[in-house]
Design a protein around this ligand. Sequence first.
Ligand SMILES: Cc1cc2nc3c(=O)[nH]c(=O)nc-3n(C[C@H](O)[C@H](O)[C@H](O)COP(=O)(O)OP(=O)(O)OC[C@H]3O[C@@H](n4cnc5c(N)ncnc54)[C@H](O)[C@@H]3O)c2cc1C
Length: 356
Amino acid sequence: MTAHTTPAIAHHMDLTAFNTLGFSVSAEQYITVRDTQAFIQWWCAPEQATLREQPRFILGGGSNLVLTQDIRALVLHLQTVGMQEVKRDDMHVWMEVQAGEMWHDFVMYCVAQGWAGVENLALIPGTVGASPVQNIGAYGMEAGQAIEYVTAFDFATLQMVQIAGQECALAYRDSLFKHALHNEQARYLITSVCFKLRHDLRDWQATLGYGDVASRVRENTQGRAVCPNDVAQAIISIRQSKLPDPKVLGNAGSFFKNPVVDKPQADALKTQHDKLPCYPMTDGRVKLAAGWLIEQAGWKGARSADGHVGVYDKQALVLVHHGGGTGAQLMTLARAIAEDVQRKFGVFIEPEPIVV
Ligand SMILES: Cc1cc2nc3c(=O)[nH]c(=O)nc-3n(C[C@H](O)[C@H](O)[C@H](O)COP(=O)(O)OP(=O)(O)OC[C@H]3O[C@@H](n4cnc5c(N)ncnc54)[C@H](O)[C@@H]3O)c2cc1C
């Protein structure tokens, strides 16, 4: 390996700019991965035998993390870029995208080509490599619907693997990548993701069933045929009006997963709270809106006693960092909210971001 491809290890690296909540923590050791092959060659070399046994942590855009303390590990920060068409037929195009590409840039590339499959996921922060980890989803669509396969480096075997989308156990905010471990740490480093997108839009139906997407799209298109870019633009404007920009106000998006309950419990809650939003699922259970429960419990706009962390005043599902706070303070607030929701509605809500 040539000297210029050997990753340089930084020590006590400040991660404040690398997590969207903006918590000030550092990584004991840190490297930027810009070239997958060079990294793997370096990682597998005999000189790295000790490093391979030490704690490590994979970092993408830091938009789904609560960093509660300094990370005593080697942080691998994925910044590989590039996307490539790998296959095409009459209906579909297959795009292989490097893990460090920004998810939103990829979505905008697709809609600019007139391709459908990821348009409802516009403006979700973070990297393409993280998209399968929690199977990002929004406005009635999940990344998993378009994932053909995931290519990853397996820390257990030191081999590259290709895992078909159907084998990734993709579910609501979940996948095998959250659970597959080696030495009690993430087993797979996702290096690229291949997406299957539609380029032939004859008979294509946009996914417009969530929130006010349909009315916003209708407003913008004034009766002409809807294209994927129309959907993306509508969702971008809705998201901008509801979610704080992490560059302005630290946050990790929706802080709690929408709880899923069985139908009798949902029916009972609905008789007491007729405005409770309920989304029936295909397995018969019912998904409830966590944001509604938190708002009804009176937490919207609340702040911790010291004022450092709080609940966003326009969307109760989003916890925010006003500055000077810590991840531990945010988690204290999150626990208080979850306990209150449990007490008032008998429903358990759990955090969506990964707490480190
Ligand atoms: C304003 C805002 C809005 C959001 N809206 C949504 C939304 O609508 N829907 C939604 O689903 N999420 C949403 N999120 C959450 C977040 O954007 C996604 O979870 C995103 O996929 C995280 O990507 P990331 O690169 O920032 O991952 P990180 O936060 O860096 O990492 C998240 C997890 O993935 C792991 N990981 C990251 N990269 C890799 C890799 N290459 N290989 C293996 N593991 C990896 C990390 O170790 C960590 O466990 C939002 C966040 C914010 C701040």
